[in-house]
Design a protein around this ligand. Structure first.
Ligand SMILES: NC(=O)c1ccc[n+]([C@@H]2O[C@H](COP(=O)([O-])OP(=O)(O)OC[C@H]3O[C@@H](n4cnc5c(N)ncnc54)[C@H](O)[C@@H]3O)[C@@H](O)[C@H]2O)c1
Length: 387
């Protein structure tokens, strides 16, 4: 579908929680030539009001029901900012109404939902873009440039450590603990920080084909608070280590000719700890890549969200793919769920999943249809609804 009018793309935001009000609304307001917020929807009255005030809209332009927003003729793009188990119906309705979609990550909680979203956009001829905003961090762009320039040779291994993730609740007026409910979130800290998974795949230069994992959770929690994943891709491998806690953060890319190492303040985890240094070591020695000082969390995410929205608007106008397509996001989702499945089943798990697999149909909660051993640590912990 092409946009016929020449002004900014008219955006309707669905879900006025933390990410929408703190980052999507300011991102759109920072790009007046590219986009204009024309409406919002949220069934939680205090969140709808918070969004309305932040976006500076009159009461008649905001809705309790997303369907009313999606039906409006003056909306070109629907920006989906609800928790992930609710993305599918909104994105499919939007595509059915001929709207382009920008969807928060993870694209969905279950791969089949994500696949249905991709199919709906394909059928409608609309764009389905997903917010993989860490791709826009300046040091990530610099890393990808130096890999593409060949300075590291052929990439062999990637390590992405985010072991000091802050466990942030959702907006108070809705369900602050939805991230701890696997039927809503689709998983714990790794699902929330699947940023680490797509970063690893982008730095490897290939999507993962086989995944193995270890996960553990705090007593009484139904989702993991610690996840270690190994992603294999055609002779290359990444390890992705993520936890709610106080562990180390950092990225290392090793190739046949050199290595690149990213460090954050106090060896902390991004985006809470600002970027500190990117070094490249080859046979010629070690150099520090010249980059601007690392921003604190607020401005870092604000800039990355602004760049994400700008990219999607440009992609729609130019009829080119956005930085993260629905199909790419579906793959990242499956690699994340494969980590859980591997940890539960005690073996390496291949991605993409068979479409008939319960993991594809239902995501991590589909583990209850598989032969998870009685002594599986995931079952013993009572994670993901297993008992
Ligand atoms: N890209 C990032 O860096 C980033 C950061 C945080 C959150 N997120 C993602 O953004 C999404 C939302 O996260 P959050 O932290 O803002 O959650 P939140 O709990 O703060 O907000 C969720 C909002 O969705 C609203 N909602 C619920 N059902 C709805 C419906 N049917 N229609 C419209 N609105 C509805 C709730 O009322 C609430 O206002 C999640 O998918 C999350 O993973 C991404």
């Amino acid at each position: 579908m092409s946009i016929v009018h020449s002004g900014p793309l008219r955006v309707g935001i669905v879900g006025c929680g933390n990410i929408a009000v703190n980052f999507h609304v300011p991102a759109c307001l920072a790009l007046p030539e590219a986009v204009e917020i024309v409406g919002l929807a949220d069934p939680t009255p205090e969140r709808l009001e918070a969004g309305r005030v932040a976006a500076g809209l009159s009461r008649e332009r905001v809705h309790a029901d997303a369907a009313a927003l999606i039906a409006r003729e003056d909306v070109d793009v629907v920006d989906v900012c609800t928790p992930q188990h609710l993305h599918r119906d909104i994105a499919i309705a939007a595509a059915g109404a001929g709207k382009h979609v920008l969807c928060e990550k993870p694209i969905a909680a279950a791969p089949a939902d994500a696949a249905a979203m991709v199919a709906a956009a394909d059928e409608a001829g609309t764009v389905l873009a997903v917010v993989h905003n860490y791709l826009f961090f300046p040091y990530v762009a610099a890393l990808r440039e130096l890999i593409a320039a060949g300075e590291l040779g052929e990439v062999r291994t990637v390590r992405v450590d985010m072991l000091g993730v802050v466990d942030s609740p959702g907006a108070a007026g809705y369900r602050p603990q939805w991230r701890k409910d696997p039927t809503a979130s689709g998983g714990g800290v790794l699902m929330d920080m699947l940023h680490a998974v797509y970063l690893a795949e982008h730095l490897l230069g290939l999507p993962a084909g086989r995944v193995s994992g270890f996960v553990d959770g705090a007593a009484g929690d139904a989702v993991e608070s610690l996840a270690l994943a190994r992603l294999e891709a055609d002779g290359r491998a990444a390890s992705v280590n993520v936890a709610w806690g106080m562990g180390e953060g950092g990225i290392t890319v090793s190739g046949t000719k050199g290595r690149a190492v990213v460090r954050y303040r106090g060896d902390g985890t991004p985006p809470w700890a600002p970027f500190e240094q990117l070094t490249v070591t080859t046979a010629a020695g070690t150099r520090t890549v010249a980059l601007p000082a690392g921003a604190e969390l607020g401005p870092l995410i604000a800039d990355a969200l602004r760049d994400t929205v700008a990219d999607v608007a440009a992609a729609i106008r130019a009829n080119r793919p956005p930085a993260a397509t629905g199909a790419q996001a579906l793959h990242t989702l499956e690699a994340t769920i494969a980590t859980y499945a591997s940890a539960a089943l005690g073996r390496t798990v291949a991605v993409p999943f068979d479409p008939g697999s319960p993991l594809h149909r239902r995501g991590v909660v589909g583990l209850d249809e598989l032969d998870v051993p009685l002594d599986s640590p995931v079952r013993r912990r009572g994670l993901f609804g297993l008992s």
